[in-house]
Ligand binder design. Structure first.
Ligand code: GCW
Length: 859
């Protein structure tokens, strides 16, 4: 996790120094970009009898060679046997890899399936001349490679292979990841370090990570990777860059992952020097045709291009009064002779909407713009549609556009990188969210039309379709957090087979990555499965979308950031009510973009599913939900519940101590501790904001009352001064203290006299950890220092909610810190660079361990 990982110094404040040193070393090793990070670990003791110790490729293709090497490595690792790569048939048992035709030729008397769909495979265990034979047969070489990985997955997850006889084929042809890497090596919305592809304006010299990434992708059936950001893509068409891109394609090719690139629709002007980029201009058409030819000369298997146009400042055909279809088709005709495709993004909207216009609605844009173009796109164009009508929100309905295009190829775009969902600092397993969208039945033409069938191309008989996962992996452990890798894994698995369940995928991933012991699998899977709704529970409610800083980092709470600006991510709250009226009757009419049955459901608040209620309706705070609870009471309850659930994730993880890899255990434990603290920041921000706005008290008396909380602004301060924070809801009571950094001032202090009951407690210190500088804090009691730590995390911005962090001191034995009335608690902050050791409050809280101990003591 970034510069200064959350773990280490803070958490292990009571550990002996020698142990600390070893944890540091171990910690950094965990973050290096290693080959086996992720799920291809191939460890453990799995069944060895069913798998022969000799592997042979039946053909000569590069993909079959990769498959053989992978099988050797995987079988050896998972079963502990040495595996030979054989050139010829052996007398003992063997596993063979080939195409169906090759298998038929090699084993003429064997019953081989007549046909398997493109890129599919057949896995079979049988006997051949009395010896075990395992067949990995692809409909083509790609299928053989996918089959090899599937076999290894079966071994690593302890599937029964004795009667192995399985046929599989991918549900959809386009299964791509998109990277938003920039030519300077940064990654837009990436949280795992710098680019594995680019640095300093060019393709990196060492592309080892790219090959490893392709291997990971291939292992879950992904077949394309778009390597550059959809924004500012023009430099990628410069001749020098194309050479570099060809090297990337070479690096991925052994794993069957084809390169795709994002292109800037204004390239004919920006790169080609033409006067115009009007897609209907003959010179522009000719320029694209020539440029695409030039690319294919160097990258003969380029998968295609992705386009973001007329969106968020990117140029587009609208400048010439042309449509997205005009732009897409020019590219399509240049690509068609080479077999390439255009992924044209439907993420086109006006980001200068008028907040005061009650009919204005960003959610409408994709359908309004693209639906009328149905049937106008060339056959090798796929319209790439974000799963929701807004923007990768934690809660939003499925985009109605999926049901609006019947004569157009469609792909669903989702984010593996957790831009709006905690940026890999929060544990959020996304498969349940994606599944909900994939399974949603849009009822187009009043029949069953789940989104997954539409993007498979089946519903409307389209030749192409697929899933695109915006992944944004980097050099710091791919996604930057080990548990987040479950999302990359799940994306591939769902694109291959959207009928898999989120639970099944979680179990597969856990077994391959963390451990196969039933209690480990059960605990990790439970945590994964609950994590998305836990995140929703503390960051927003009833379809308001994530109440984050939408114009900046998209990370911490900032409720007003989405309001009163042109971006249209509004939730329209005031003292009386909240929500966007998107009904046809009185609102923006967005609900009417759905097919009739679904439109009808969303038109009425009574039938709109609870979790999307305020996406479709503006309702009074006192509106009663089906549960009988008012909206405002629900807001209080759900945020307290969400923060408690976040803490519970940590408790669940704690049960794995000693049962899993100790490094992973500590790393994730520290992350979950941070998450639990940040969930409290979210909870308090949202609760105090709406308490103030509505003036309606919390029936359970929690909102606005914080027993055990001692505010920094109420402390005896030396050197610290009190300031208002922006947005005010991000600090307790809207105020923090900031250390005056005049030269003589090395440290500042805040002191409180404890007046509560005597006992053992945890002391949580809520402080802000700004990006630059490493401030230091010390907590002391009656003049004795009990713990110190560094504010050394790297959060996305300096905004309060992004950086507000909690350090909890639990005493040397974890059983709390002894306190009695009259004790003086003191926090000393030492600022550093531009980090002024900002402090919000301290909280004296119950220590679970000592509470449990006294409970068991009995009367
Ligand atoms: O979610 C938004 C992101 C932008 C991104 C845009 C898009 C690449 O905040 O950073 O731009 O979506 O999908 O184009």
């Amino acid at each position: 996790m970034a510069k200064k990982r959350i773990a280490a110094r803070r958490i292990f404040d009571f550990l002996p120094a020698f142990l600390l040193v070893s944890l540091f070393v171990a910690g950094s090793a965990a973050h290096a970009q290693t080959e086996d990070q992720a799920w291809l670990r191939y460890t453990g003791a799995h069944e060895r009898t069913s798998i022969p110790a000799s592997v042979r490729a039946l053909g000569n293709s590069v993909l079959e060679q990769s498959a053989v090497r992978e099988l050797q490595r995987g079988i050896a690792g998972t079963t502990g046997t040495t595996v030979m790569a054989a050139a010829n048939a052996t007398n003992a048992g063997e596993a063979v890899v080939g195409t169906l035709d090759e298998v038929r030729a090699a084993f003429p008397s064997l019953q081989v399936p007549a046909h398997i769909a493109a890129h599919g495979f057949w896995l079979k265990r049988t006997l051949w001349h009395g010896h075990p034979l395992v067949i990995v047969a692809g409909s083509n070489e790609h299928g053989a490679l996918f089959g090899a990985f599937d076999l290894l997955r079966r071994i690593a997850t302890d599937a029964d292979l004795t009667h192995l006889d399985a046929i599989e084929a991918p549900a959809m042809p386009i299964r791509w990841v998109d990277e938003w890497d920039n030519v300077d090596g940064t990654i837009t919305r990436g949280y795992g370090g710098r680019s594995i592809f680019f640095e300093g304006g060019k393709v990196r010299d060492n592309l080892t990570d790219v090959t490893t990434y392709a291997r990971l992708l291939a292992s879950v059936g992904v077949n394309g990777c778009n390597v550059n950001n959809v924004n500012d893509a023009a430099p990628f068409l410069e001749p020098g860059m194309i050479k570099g891109l060809a090297r990337i394609a070479d690096a991925m090719r052994p794993w069957g992952v084809r390169l795709a690139i994002s292109v800037d629709i204004a390239s004919p002007q920006k790169v080609g020097g033409l006067k115009t980029f009007d897609p209907l201009d003959p010179d522009v058409k000719a320029w694209w045709a020539a440029k695409i030819d030039e690319i294919y000369q160097q990258i003969p298997d380029l998968a295609g291009v992705t386009v973001k146009a007329d969106s968020e400042g990117q140029p587009g055909p609208a400048s010439y009064g042309r449509s997205p279809a005009d732009a897409a088709n020019v590219l399509a005709s240049a690509l068609a002779p080479h077999g390439g495709v255009v992924l044209y993004r439907a993420f086109v909207y006006n980001n200068h909407l008028d907040y005061n216009d009650m009919k204005a609605d960003r959610a409408r844009a994709a359908y309004d713009i693209f639906q009328p173009l149905d049937g106008h796109f060339a056959p090798n164009v796929i319209v790439q549609i974000k799963y929701g009508p807004i923007d990768f929100q934690a809660e939003e309905p499925v985009s109605p556009l999926f049901a609006g295009l019947h004569q157009t190829n469609e792909a669903m775009e989702l984010q593996i990188t957790q831009e709006y969902l905690g940026q890999q600092r929060h544990l959020v397993y996304l498969a349940p969210l994606w599944k909900e969208k994939l399974d949603f039945d849009l009822r187009a033409e009043d029949r069953s039309t789940p989104v997954k069938k539409i993007i498979e191309g089946k519903t409307f008989s389209q030749p192409l379709g697929g899933m695109i996962g915006v992944s944004c992996v980097g050099r710091d452990g791919w996604l930057g957090a080990p548990m987040a890798m479950a999302n990359l894994y799940a994306f591939g698995r769902l694109a291959w087979n959207p009928n898999l369940s989120a639970e099944q995928i979680a179990a597969e991933w856990t077994k391959q990555t963390i451990g196969t012991k039933p209690e480990v699998v059960a605990t990790v899977d439970k945590m994964l499965m609950q994590s998305w709704q836990t995140y929703v529970h503390y960051t927003g409610f009833l379809g308001t979308q994530t109440l984050t800083d939408i114009t900046g980092s998209h990370y911490g709470p900032n409720i007003e950031a989405s309001e009163r600006n042109g971006w249209g991510q509004w939730h329209r709250d005031d003292a009386k009510g909240i929500g966007m009226d998107r009904t046809v009757a009185t609102g923006t009419g967005f609900a009417g973009q759905y097919p009739p049955e679904v439109a009808k459901m969303y038109e009425s608040a009574a039938t709109t599913p609870h979790r999307q209620l305020l996406f479709f309706h503006h309702l009074p705070w006192t509106y009663k939900l089906h549960s009988g609870k008012t909206i405002i009471q629900y807001v209080y309850d759900i945020h307290y519940q969400g923060a408690a659930e976040a803490a519970q994730l940590g408790d669940e993880w704690a049960t794995l101590k000693g049962k899993i890899d100790p490094q992973l255990y500590e790393d994730e434990r520290a992350r979950l501790e941070y998450q639990a603290g940040h969930a409290i920041v979210w909870r308090d921000a949202i609760v105090q904001y709406f308490l103030k706005e509505t003036g309606i008290p919390d029936a359970l008396g929690r909102a606005g009352h914080y027993p055990g909380r001692l505010e920094a602004e109420d402390a005896r301060l030396t050197g610290y001064k009190i300031v208002d924070i922006k947005p005010w809801e991000d600090a307790s009571g809207g105020k923090i203290v900031v250390c005056d950094q005049s030269p003589a001032q090395k440290t500042c202090t805040a002191e409180w006299t404890y007046t509560g009951k005597p006992g053992r407690f945890n002391i949580a210190v809520q402080y802000l950890d700004l990006r630059d500088g490493v401030a230091h804090f010390t907590l002391g009691i009656n003049g004795t220092e009990i713990v110190s730590w560094a504010a050394d995390a790297l959060f996305p911005s300096n905004l309060a909610g992004d950086t507000s962090t909690r350090f909890t001191a639990r005493g040397p034995d974890g059983r709390g810190i002894e306190l009695k009335p009259g004790d003086v608690l003191r926090v000393e902050g030492a600022p550093d660079a531009s980090d002024p050791a900002e402090l919000d409050y301290i909280q004296i809280e119950r220590n679970a361990a000592s509470a449990a101990k006294s409970a068991t003591k009995g009367p």
